[in-house]
Design a protein around this ligand. Structure first.
Ligand SMILES: [Mg+2]
Length: 272
């Protein structure tokens, strides 16, 4: 991981799309700071396509797509994207699974939930579970005292034994049925909505994250950035981000935004 300050000016100039994790990447200690939110807004105003790509639930994503200064949101680790058409006042929702598949998957996830809560002491159902459509989120660090890593691994293995995928964020283990992740749904969104093919995406997209559930994105995008707290979970990452910020969490995201905005401001006069 190279310091983000080493990002070449021409690479910063090539960025059109900012994809970003939310928890501990935009938020800091569980809160959305004014400076991180202002960075999102400044990027959006400057014409970047801005898309949070998060493990957070559909209920939150409805709010984010509608009210945040973003162009769309990918939620529940890639189960769907939501895009609010402000002009026509319409929320577009695209899910990986059909309603019937989602219903059947929920029954299997309910079984996993019972097993995890009965066998991993100190784990809890994530407080945002009621607002989820496709996945099951087990809290190991958000509203419960942090569990040891071996217990986090046990939660993951219960999901995997049941044939589900499981990914670890900085606060939850999220599990689901279906061959999708943050990356596959981000690709679908880029192609369907923004008409950006994969070769172009690899040049024009920058991704910011902090955790193992960001790993598919770190692996896929040459311009990938970890905020400084990624160090804490780096031993769980086979694919690390190319760059790392100096600042933690939201401060790291603000640092990335300011580099991109500076590059854009230097480009503008040359275009006139
Ligand atoms: Mg995160």
């Amino acid at each position: 991981m190279k310091p983000l300050s080493q990002l070449a000016a021409e690479q910063a100039l090539s960025v059109r799309v900012v994809l970003t994790d939310i928890d501990d990447t935009i938020t800091t200690d569980g809160m959305l700071t004014a400076s991180a939110y202002a960075s999102l807004e400044a990027l959006h105003r400057a014409g970047f396509i801005v898309v949070p790509v998060t493990g957070r639930p559909a209920g939150w994503c409805d709010h984010i797509a509608r009210m945040w200064p973003v162009d769309a949101v990918v939620g529940e680790n890639g189960a769907f994207y939501f895009r609010y058409d402000r002009e026509n006042k319409r929320m577009h929702q695209h899910f990986w699974a059909t309603p019937e598949e989602l219903r059947l998957n929920r029954q299997k996830l309910n079984d996993i939930e019972r097993e995890v809560l009965a066998s991993v002491q100190g784990s809890a159902l994530a407080s945002d579970q009621s607002y989820r459509i496709a996945d099951l989120a087990i809290d190991f660090c958000e509203d419960v005292p942090a569990l040891p890593e071996a217990e986090v691994d046990r939660i993951v293995s219960i999901f995997e034994r049941a044939g589900a995928q499981a990914k670890v964020s900085s606060i939850h283990v999220n599990g689901w049925f279906g061959a999708y992740d943050k990356l596959s749904m981000a690709k679908t969104l880029l192609s369907d909505v923004f008409k950006i093919d994969w070769d172009t995406a690899r040049e024009q997209v920058i991704y910011a994250g902090d955790s193992p559930n960001d790993e598919p994105m770190f692996a896929a995008f040459p311009l990938s950035v970890g905020v400084a707290n990624v160090h804490a979970l780096a031993h769980r990452l086979k694919n690390k981000p190319t760059y790392i910020t100096h600042g933690h969490s939201g401060e790291g995201f603000a640092e990335l935004a300011s580099i991109l905005l500076k590059a854009t401001s230097q480009r503008s006069p040359a275009r006139v």
